[in-house]
Design a protein around this ligand. Structure first.
Ligand code: RP5
Length: 180
């Protein structure tokens, strides 16, 4: 089982192809950082439709809380998962060379009324992981605290960068970062 090593998996992360994994790993990693167990699978709405339904049914029965689904092109995975569960589904449209992911964005976000998919940005797997943790955090004070700490650290990092920028000026700042 490809779990992220945190206790019991509560988030099922599905992707249409292993070619989505370089993007989707960001969801796995941030969930690990936030102390939320996840499990990652390659399952396709088009290539393995029965296996998708079987996985969703089994995971819902075993106590999973959220699904994250990444797919590119004609991206129907998140919608199909949402059609088969009452649990929240987060969709990650995956970028491709042909349309830069616009097709996947529209296919994922334009769900019919009654079957929502919470769609993050194209390739926004990290935000999908954070959002999944926030959903779980609404009923789990430890996870909620982990999300708070994560956000506080981000704010601290930005403030430290601003102090450095003010101290050095923009040219030296960029030089030191190797950006010019
Ligand atoms: C989608 O088709 C997958 O989610 C992937 O983004 C895209 C291409 O799949 P591969 O041809 O790389 O397997 O179903």
């Amino acid at each position: 089982m490809a779990s992220n090593g945190v206790n019991k998996p509560l988030v099922g992360i599905l992707m249409g192809s292993d070619s989505d994994l370089p993007v989707m790993q960001e969801a796995v990693k941030v969930l690990e950082e936030l102390g939320v167990g996840s499990e990652v699978h390659t399952l396709s709405a088009h290539r393995t439709p029965e296996a998708v339904v079987e996985y969703v049914t089994k995971s819902e029965a075993s106590g999973y809380k959220v699904f994250i689904c990444g797919a590119g092109g004609a991206a129907h995975l998140a919608g199909v998962v949402a059609a088969h569960t009452a649990l929240p589904v987060i969709g990650v449209p995956i970028m491709n060379k042909t349309t830069a992911g616009i097709d996947a964005l529209f296919a994922t976000v334009q769900m019919p009324p009654g079957i929502p998919v919470a769609t993050v940005a194209i390739n926004g797997a990290k935000n999908a992981g954070i959002l999944a943790a926030q959903i779980i955090g609404a009923g789990d004070s430890n996870v909620l605290q982990n999300v708070r700490t994560f956000k506080e650290k981000m704010a601290k990092d930005i403030k430290a960068k601003d102090s450095e920028l003010q101290e050095k000026g923009f040219k030296k700042y960029l030089e030191d970062k190797g950006l010019i």
